[in-house]
Write a protein that binds this ligand. Structure first.
Ligand code: SF4
Ligand code: FES
Length: 229
């Protein structure tokens, strides 16, 4: 057990000050555990948002020693404990109370982003043909847990407060995802046309061997994406 001092922001609607708490930390604890311990033993009214404690829900975002972090994924043994550990709410969003901010602006922004509309299915059974590498690329943008820490450190939002003019990095990736899918659709349509032309030529035995081989290779890289019902 080590005794660690925390400076936790207390107050509501942007007004407040740091309060000092000292608590015992045992092996394996994360910052969220320490905050819960402080809440249980010293400050029952301390407001903190969390849900999964597994880095999946994005609820426990805060600024720890001035860095944007998930409290549940910040291990105490990674932090210097000889001086107080500073825990503050995110600064880019309206403050509600203690460590809780109102992130609802992000959900409003999300609603305004044009939804992806798939092109007409490529096949009679209602499925599409898509490159696996393009599926992987789009998947990357789907890993966001909506912690909004990237929005918190975006200077356009944080310093200039231009929430009405700029959607922030989190939603640039959302719109990029749609663009990626649209681009993929166009590439696949083009390749489908090429394949059809190549198939016709092959049937007439007119395509050179190298073109037939390239066409076969393209086909093996395609897979079927079932139409969502
Ligand atoms: S993209 Fe932004 S909101 Fe999404 S997980 Fe990463 S930091 Fe959090
Ligand atoms: S509690 Fe869910 S990400 Fe931290």
């Amino acid at each position: 057990m080590t005794s660690v001092t925390f400076q936790v922001w207390r107050g509501s609607k942007g007004e407040g000050q740091f309060a000092k708490y000292t608590t015992d930390i045992s092996e394996g604890m994360v910052v969220l555990d320490a905050i819960h311990k402080i809440q249980a033993e010293q400050a029952n009214d301390l407001a903190v948002r969390w849900n999964c404690k597994a880095g999946k829900c994005g609820s426990c975002s805060a600024e720890i020693n001035g860095m944007p972090r998930l409290m549940c994924m910040t291990r105490m043994n990674e932090l210097p404990t000889e001086k107080p550990v500073v825990v503050e709410p995110m600064k880019s969003f309206p403050h509600v109370r203690d460590l809780v901010t109102d992130v609802s602006w992000n959900f409003e922004v999300k609603k305004k982003i044009k939804k992806f509309k798939p092109r007409a299915p490529d096949n009679a059974d209602g499925s599409w043909r898509v490159f696996q590498e393009d599926v992987d690329r789009v998947q990357e943008f789907r890993k966001c847990i909506e912690c909004f820490l990237c929005q918190d450190v975006c200077h356009v939002l944080r310093e200039h407060r231009l929430h009405q003019e700029f959607i922030g990095p989190r939603f640039l990736s959302t719109s990029r995802r749609s663009r990626c899918i649209r681009l993929t659709s166009r590439i696949v349509s083009k390749n489908s046309r090429r394949q059809k032309a190549s198939a016709t030529a092959t049937s007439r035995n007119a395509a050179p061997r190298s073109a037939r081989r390239a066409s076969r290779l393209r086909t093996t890289r395609l897979f079927r994406l079932r139409k969502e019902s």
